[in-house]
Design a protein around this ligand. Sequence first.
Ligand code: PBG
Ligand code: ZN
Length: 326
Amino acid sequence: MSFPQRRLRRLRQSEAIRALVRESSLSTSDFIYPLFVTSRPNVHEPLGAIPDVSLLSGAPLESEARRLHDAGIPAVLLFAVLEDYEKDAAAAMASAPDGPMQQAIARIRSAAPGLTVIADLCLCEYSADGHCGVLHNGVIDNDRTLARLQQAALSLAAAGAGVIAPSGMMDGVVRSLREALDGEGFQDVLTMPYSAKYASALYGPFKAATRSAPAESRHSTHQLDPANRRQALEEIRLDLEEGADIIIVKPAMAYLDVLAAARTECRLPIAAYQVSGEYNMLHHAAGGDPGALNRLMLEMLLCIKRAGADMIITYFAPTAAEILHS
Ligand code: PBG
Ligand code: ZN
């Protein structure tokens, strides 16, 4: 059947009909909010490079956790921002029981027990050289890195992390973490790898904010080439086979084709990470008009859902939650 019998505009004639036939939707329960934590006491200071996002610790971190939980946001994704004197060649703080990440996890868990804590796991936040793995003869040694990540993951789980999110794209990391976690009785701790993490220039504001990774060029030895989609699907397949509970595609907006392809291949949950550069791009596009920013934000988040994401890691989480509730 075609025109004049078939008229698709009939499906768009009123808000009621549009609501009935809407294929995707946004909800506060879709969002994961990134939090940046420090070991310095009672810090609440703007990150600068990522607008409206703060570096937190102590009481301000606890009240932020409560605010997010009260807003209906189910989970936070934690990044530690270390002082230079806390970093060393062995990335020791990554697995220290009283490290900045471990302390922040414990604080959040006691302030907002219903909030799920996802701990980002990589060595670059903790190592003096900023590399994502253990260097051996000048190159990142995959298998030595796995052993360090196991120790770090166990300390994060012991501190109360419900989900471990390895972000360094090391081969075999999911199996290796699963074995370590299960071996210590952490069967209920999820793994949520950054399975399809691209070597993207969109991480610029994050890197400026966290003063991490001077070793930019090294990232292309483990992160995906933006030219590749099939390889991303293979990374996802391997991570699922190794036992991943949720997989991450990152960045989001320029990689919706990867997300859509992942959706058709994967029966388990997919998270999309709308990264710092995407967040800043939308701020610039809105040109200082808050209404325009809100419309852009909701449209882009919805598009990420439509492409196949079950959940979105986004710096917009609190703002989007506020709008969806109003
Ligand atoms: C690395 C990490 C990065 C981001 C999240 N985790 C930076 C990188 O891989 O270079 C970027 C996130 C963003 O830009 O919002 N642990
Ligand atoms: Zn890293």
